[in-house]
Design a protein around this ligand. Structure first.
Ligand SMILES: Cc1cc2nc3c(=O)[nH]c(=O)nc-3n(C[C@H](O)[C@H](O)[C@H](O)COP(=O)(O)OP(=O)(O)OC[C@H]3O[C@@H](n4cnc5c(N)ncnc54)[C@H](O)[C@@H]3O)c2cc1C
Length: 538
């Protein structure tokens, strides 16, 4: 039944961000909070992405919340990179443990939100017919939650089954005996490929751009691993908050060119054997900064691909060229390259011969037709802005967020948008967000927002809004750091290049966590510099 209520805070989304936001605002600030979630379960990313092979790439012991030492001590991760069901179980455990469910309305999509200047309140509407008001609107909608459905002619005419990795069915899909086509070789495609290949009669992977993938080296944890992790949590979490990208790796100051070639090779071999994100962040300090250093790591990975994949032509097609390692979101895999040695797997280069159409019986490229029984799209997301602009959010004067961002997103600290008072965006564009191990970015944002709301309350204020000047200065800084970074040098979702017509902007803040945290704290300590507050503090 449709309802009409007034809340202190409405939170949109019940993934890592929304769950923690609810706990923080309700249980620490004692606010009246309602969470709306489009899915019929909590978990966000880990509710929707149920495709075969879905697991985290950050390691379990730091891809988790740090806010509750008790939670960290009581939860047992089964291994280095848990699969989707285990992370979904963890987030459900969090929802139960902190009694969050009673304030979460599932299967409800927020369709619109408008700011009422006079009342200093947001009016929020849902697809279930609810209209509620709230002093603050906090989006926890996820950077990677608005699936990108490619506009390929004929998709509706395909006679077989069509799947999207980003909204996989709850019931397991059985590809036994089927000819499967997989479109997209980003992180999800790379995780799904070996699993589907092991089941299908034949798998054809349609690749536009090859990716640099590092072996995950997944392993189950023994009880001594568990004990070591639990004993070390204080240091692990401290490191995640201090490090450049939110990983608990001790900082290295070694530059690639500062070590002799044989030693360098040995270090890279060690990192390759260890597997995971450490290859980018844990060996040399300059892979993300110095093109020459990056090229050494890039060529190292290419040579590993050439060593692994037996057919030289396939190997060469799988070797990324023309952009640096790390400029796209680096995938972590289990037997991805090895899978192309299977007799039932074919790689098709759709950069040379683009996809023209889906036919009733398969897929047609410029040069060939492929008969298929099922199609899997691992085509990613309208990242960072999609989930926000797909809602009709209107600020003062009825201005739509989608219009305010028509030339690319502009925010103050990725936390607020000028003209949209009392709206906070967790991991919004212009914050480090997807360039960090995300739970770390999420907790920092939620804590900052909670402190801000508390400050407003203590100072008798009901309204906070970023100034245009502060937003412009921050947006300029984000652009400057972004353009100078390696992320500007590839056509990736970081810059919106996967969505036709999306403005090309390095959306996340590339200056690293330490600089970003320092800035957020300085703004707070200066009484929310760059924001206009009403009431006593104005
Ligand atoms: C396959 C995959 C693997 C990943 N692995 C890692 C990893 O290893 N390390 C890492 O740091 N990050 C990883 N990420 C990024 C991941 O998204 C974040 O780590 C984290 O889960 C984000 O949490 P969130 O709560 O911000 O967003 P999400 O988990 O995306 O949750 C957002 C929720 O908001 C809901 N929502 C959106 N719009 C509306 C609306 N209008 N109304 C109601 N509800 C709405 C969505 O349904 C969704 O449930 C991965 C992402 C994917 C897709």
């Amino acid at each position: 039944m449709a309802e009409e209520y007034d809340f202190d805070v409405v939170v949109v989304g019940a993934g890592f961000a929304g769950l923690y936001a609810l706990h923080k605002f309700r249980d620490e600030l004692h606010l009246n909070v309602r969470v709306y979630e489009a899915g019929d379960g909590v978990g966000g990313t880990w509710f929707w992405n149920r495709y075969p092979g879905a697991r985290c790439d950050s390691e379990s012991y730091y891809y988790c919340y740090s806010f509750s030492p008790e939670l960290a001590q009581e939860w047992e991760w089964s291994g280095r990179y848990p699969e989707q069901p285990e992370i979904e179980r963890y987030l459900n455990h969090v929802a139960d443990r902190f009694e969050l469910r009673r304030d979460i309305q599932l299967s409800t999509r927020v369709t619109a939100a408008a700011f009422d200047d006079e009342a200093t309140r947001w009016t929020i509407r849902t697809d279930r017919g609810d209209t509620v008001t709230a002093r603050f609107l906090v989006t926890a909608v996820g950077c990677l939650s608005a699936p990108n459905v490619p506009d390929i002619p004929g998709l509706d005419d395909f006679a077989g089954d069509v799947y999207f990795t980003a909204k996989w069915p709850r019931e397991p899909v059985d590809f036994t005996g089927q000819r499967v086509g997989l479109v997209g070789t980003g992180s999800s495609g790379i995780q799904a490929t070996p699993e589907i290949a092991a089941q299908a009669a034949h798998l054809t992977v349609f690749q536009r751009t090859p990716n640099f993938s590092i072996p995950a080296r997944h392993k189950a944890f023994l009880s001594e691993d568990q004990a070591k992790i639990k004993d070390g949590y204080d240091e692990i979490f401290a490191l995640t908050r201090e490090s450049f990208a939110g990983f608990p790796f001790h900082p290295v100051d070694r530059k690639t060119m500062s070590v002799p070639e044989d030693e360098r090779q040995a270090i890279l071999d060690g990192l390759w054997e260890e597997g995971g994100f450490k290859f980018l962040w844990g060996g040399f300090v300059d892979l993300t900064r110095d093109p020459e250093a990056n090229e050494i790591a890039s060529e190292y990975i290419r040579n590993k691909i050439r060593e692994t994949v037996k057919d030289p032509e396939t190997a060469e097609l799988l070797c990324p060229k023309g952009y640096p390692y790390g400029a796209k979101r680096p995938p972590i895999d289990t037997d991805y390259y090895e899978t192309f040695n299977r007799d039932n797997v074919t790689l098709v280069d759709v950069s040379a011969a683009p996809i023209e159409a889906i036919t009733p019986t398969g897929l047609r490229t410029m040069t060939a037709e492929y008969e298929l029984d099922a199609l899997v799209f691992a085509t990613g997301f309208d990242a960072m802005t999609g989930a926000l602009t797909r809602m009709d959010i209107r600020g003062t004067g009825g201005v739509a967020l989608a219009d305010a961002w028509s030339d690319g997103p502009r925010t103050y600290l990725g936390l607020q948008v000028a003209g949209f008072p009392n709206l906070f965006t967790i991991t919004g564009p212009g914050s480090p967000s997807v360039l960090l191990n995300m739970p770390v970015a999420i907790e920092q944002h939620v804590d900052w927002i909670a402190e801000c709301i508390e400050y407003l309350r203590e100072h008798g204020c009901s309204r906070i809004e970023a100034t245009e000047a502060a937003q412009e200065a921050w947006a300029e800084h984000v652009a400057e750091v972004g353009e100078a970074s390696l992320f500007a040098r590839a056509n990736s979702w970081y810059v919106g290049a996967n969505i036709p017509g999306k403005p090309r902007v390095v959306m996340p803040y590339a200056g690293g966590q330490p600089m970003y945290r320092e800035r957020c704290e300085a703004v707070r300590d200066a009484g929310y510099e760059g924001f206009v507050l009403d009431g006593a503090a104005r």
